[in-house]
Design a protein around this ligand. Structure first.
Ligand code: NAD
Length: 467
């Protein structure tokens, strides 16, 4: 099985380094090209990991506040953003060092510099004044994505921030407008409102988190309404100008035009693929109108020997999807008959409460006229949720009507992101309601809510009274 193909991977994010490591473990000669000085890509350096580090700190503040009513009171928190930055950077450095070590152990050759294709068999790497040309047998494109921008709001990383600069503030702003009520916007609104800033969110569509089921989003919405200054949906940002005291933003809602001044603006309006900066034109690899690369289930592009994985291949733009794809591409490069065919890709929004789903959403089933049955378990009936005072959540499972096979799961509630792992497994394994209901879950934990939901479908639930 092992051969000495030269596999070149462009981009050392969670997709790229997984691809490189798997390819090396399978006996290939591997070169991993990365333009940044550190490995780990957006996820580690300016995405998932730093944002989750900040979210952990902001949740700690909220948790401390919430135990007041139970009889434990602390002094007001003192937040030192400079120290928080040092802490956050330490987390990044630790993980980055781990990736470097793993690459070294596998003899993966790391080449730092900007890669661009010369042909469908060779790449040029430019690092400052040095230029190197390498040939490959197989290449895996894993160059990821970057924040989308708005033409009238140029990111200056001072007053107007993107998803990178918002993670590196040394001072908590008095107020902030988040443009875009998606993953990034709501996670950052959660962080900075808990840190004490007055945060408002403006969303162009009629609801937040358009891809998620409304019943789950409603649970988050209730919490956000008490936490955020303003949530403006169905509202379009028209323009902005710098004025004394901040940025004046002009917006248009159903009720008319309004303009407000904010100290900081976060622009989080989606991401665009990094496919316009690698001279793809020299290869013949096809991209769509938005710049995404079309791949088949083996992650092959239209050009023999060139593969693409992760954000460059389109939605969902999630690190765990990229990692899985990276391993598939590395295996296919080596002649192993693997394919990317997941039954469920979990999605998590790390707000508080978290929202997570796997498999089909209810929205998707309704839109595609797919028949389904649904069981729900309200967390008001969960012993663990009551003991930690987090009963606002709910778990729902969507089943194929006749067989009662699980086809989708949605959770809103604290730790939904951790709980969704079991749901994804149940879909991958083709579980039926009975499998989950008959699996003994530990008490008292939030994991019980999953088997309780299946018991609702099975009509064997004793923790609720159903007529
Ligand atoms: P998103 O697609 O989640 O949300 C962007 C939102 O901005 C949408 O709701 C859109 O309607 C809105 N919007 C667009 N233009 C607007 C305008 N002019 N005015 C007001 N609203 C506007 O994008 P994101 O939050 O930037 O995140 C990008 C990607 O990064 C996501 O698709 C996600 O895959 C990934 N991500 C994932 C996580 C996670 O897994 N927890 C966290 C962060 C980012």
């Amino acid at each position: 099985m092992a051969n000495k193909n030269h596999v070149v991977v462009i981009g050392a994010g969670p997709g790229g380094y997984a691809a490189a490591f798997r390819a090396a473990d399978l006996g290939n000669k591997v070169t991993l090209i990365e333009k940044d000085e550190t490995l780990g890509g957006v996820c580690l350096n300016r995405g998932c990991i730093p944002s989750k580090t900040l979210l952990h700190l902001s949740k700690t503040i909220d948790d401390v506040e919430s135990v007041k009513k139970a009889g434990i009171e602390f002094l007001e928190p003192k937040i030192d953003m400079k120290k928080i930055q040092v802490w956050k950077n330490r987390v990044i450095k630790k993980l980055g060092g781990g990736i470097k070590l793993l690459a070294k152990k596998r003899n993966v050759n790391i080449s730092h510099g900007e890669a661009s294709f010369i042909s469908d068999k060779s790449i040029k790497i430019i690092n400052k004044d040095k230029e190197e040309i390498i040939n490959f047998d197989q290449c895996i494109i894993a160059t990821g994505s970057r924040p989308n921008s708005l033409p009238f709001l140029e990111i200056d990383h001072d007053q107007i921030l993107d998803s990178t600069s918002v993670l590196s503030l040394n001072k908590i702003p008095k107020d902030m407008l988040v443009i875009g009520g998606g993953y990034i916007g709501l996670e950052m609104a959660t962080v900075y409102s808990s840190f004490g800033a007055e945060v408002s969110v403006v969303e162009f569509l009629p609801k937040l988190l358009a891809g998620a089921d409304e019943d789950l989003v409603n649970i988050l919405n209730k919490k956000l309404k008490g936490k955020l200054n303003e949530i403006m949906v169905d509202t379009k940002v028209l323009g902005s100008k710098k004025v004394k005291g901040g940025i004046e933003v002009e917006m248009e809602s159903k009720t008319g035009i309004l303009s407000k001044i904010y100290e900081k603006i976060l622009v989080s309006v989606g991401r665009i693929p990094n496919t316009d900066n690698i001279s793809l034109g020299n290869t013949g690899v096809n991209v769509d109108k938005k710049g995404f690369i079309h791949v088949d289930e083996y992650r092959r592009t239209n050009i023999h020997g060139i593969y693409a994985i992760g954000d460059v291949t389109g939605d969902p733009m999630l690190a765990h999807k990229a990692t899985h794809e990276g391993k598939i591409a590395a295996e296919v490069c080596t002649g192993i008959p693997s394919a990317f065919e997941p039954q469920a890709i979990p999605a998590v929004i790390f707000t508080d409460p978290e929202i997570a789903w796997a498999g089909k959403t209810e929205n998707e089933l309704i839109e595609s006229n797919t028949p389904y049955e649904k069981a729900e378990f309200p967390w008001q009936a969960s012993g663990k949720a009551i003991s930690i005072d987090r009963t606002e959540g709910k778990t729902k499972i969507l089943f194929e009507p006749k067989s009662k096979r699980v086809i989708g799961v949605g959770i809103a509630g604290v730790n939904a992101g951790d709980l969704i792992g079991e749901a994804a497994l149940s879909i991958e394994m083709g579980c039926y309601a009975e499998d989950i209901a008959l699996t003994i879950h530990p008490h008292p934990t939030l994991t019980e809510n999953f088997s309780n939901t299946a018991e609702v479908m099975e009509k064997t639930i004793t923790d609720l009274y159903l007529k």
